[in-house]
Design a binder for this molecule. Structure first.
Ligand code: DAH
Length: 360
């Protein structure tokens, strides 16, 4: 009887152990075979959840004979650990797979060529203006500004060009009303600065800016262009100072080795007045098509500030003197960059402007 009981007992125990083994095999196989995270979660509930197979085996333990509990419990614990490990490992595997799948789906083709951003260029006239400003700032000059819509008083009267003066015909003016006009030359700013100084010395400045004249546009004429005025007033300023300054400027703007030549001229606001030529930078003064064989190129008008202009602005011409000049920026830019038509500066042809792109 005893042996029979023992036999039944052993048989029952064997069955229970087999069941654990069976759950283990089934769980591990299912977990390893899971193809996505949702299925895996379902398997976790089935095997490791509160009502899952592993928990059911734990419950079963309560009804076991005492001596059997430790071995059974240990085996269930091993099962739980194995299933948990398999679950964790599969979860990591499927998650990284999911990330890869997501990355794959959201792929951006970075090999597509981008859109080129158009970068603006610096206008050649502004390049020349900047160069002149740097040059004169380096010599201790100030930079002054003034209005483009100007009073007749500054453009003409203070510049020694009264109403009936024939020199008014030299400059075809855009009038806004009898007293107001578009300035015809940067000399208007020279007059404003002289007046502002109230007789105080010294004065050393340049005034770059746009000017306007009623001209018919062609390759060398434009109704709007740019000038840069220069003015120095102090004690014992002479024509030699003007010549030295302009020679320095010509060398800086057109290359070393330039010389300047003064030709007598006439401007109402200077006495004596000169027109200034620079030795041709293209042929070094030998004569070429640019300088029309003369070896010289005219670049500006200049002179010693007229004593009457000094007087009208509150300076004593016995005690001080000054020189002034007015240079056309188009002329300088045309010579520097080999441009043969002044209209290029204002027609905004992108092919022309892009030639001055210093970023390409
Ligand atoms: N204002 C003159 C013009 O527009 C240029 C000029 C000549 C300016 C002589 C000056 C000067 O300051 O001294 O043609």
């Amino acid at each position: 009887m005893r042996s029979c009981l023992t036999g039944t007992f052993l048989f029952e125990r064997g069955k229970r152990m087999d069941k654990i083994q069976q759950v283990q095999e089934e769980a591990l196989q299912a977990i390893n075979g899971a193809s996505n995270l949702q299925d895996l979660e379902q398997l976790r509930i089935t095997y490791l959840g509160k009502k899952g197979s592993v928990q059911a085996l734990m419950q079963e333990m309560k009804s076991l004979p005492k001596e059997e509990k430790p071995a059974f419990g240990q085996k269930v614990n091993v099962l739980k650990q194995l299933v948990t490990d398999a679950f964790d490992q599969k979860q990591v595997e499927l998650s990284s797979g999911a990330i890869h799948a997501q990355l794959e789906a959201e792929k951006i083709d970075i090999t597509l060529s981008g859109r080129k951003k158009e970068i603006g260029t610096i206008h050649p006239l502004y390049l020349v203006q900047q160069e002149l400003e740097d040059l004169f700032l380096g010599m201790g000059y100030k930079i002054a500004e003034g209005p483009e819509v100007e009073l007749d008083y500054y453009n003409f009267e203070l510049a020694n060009i009264p109403h009936d003066h024939p020199a008014r015909d030299m400059q075809d003016t855009f009038y806004i009303d009898p007293n107001t006009l578009l300035r015809t030359h940067t000399t208007a700013m020279q007059m404003r600065e002289l007046e502002k100084a109230k007789g105080q010395l010294p004065i050393k400045l340049i005034c770059p800016g746009k000017v306007y004249r009623r001209d018919d546009d062609d390759a060398t004429h434009s109704h709007q262009f740019m000038q840069c005025e220069g003015l120095v007033v102090g004690e014992k300023i002479t024509l030699a100072d003007l010549k030295g300054t302009l020679t320095y400027m010509a060398n800086a703007m057109f290359g070393e080795g330039r010389t300047v030549r003064f030709r007598p001229s006439y401007f109402p606001f200077t006495e004596p007045s000169v027109e200034v030529d620079v030795s041709c930078p293209f042929c070094n003064g030998k004569g070429c098509s640019v300088c029309k064989g003369s070896g010289w190129i005219e670049i500006l008008g200049a002179g010693m500030v007229h004593p009457h202009v000094l007087e009208m602005n509150g300076f004593d011409p016995e005690k001080c003197s000054g020189f002034a000049f007015g240079v056309g920026l188009e002329r300088v830019a045309m010579l520097k960059y080999g441009i043969d038509d002044i209209r290029n500066f204002y027609t905004n042809d992108m092919r022309f402007l892009k030639m001055f792109n210093r970023f390409d």
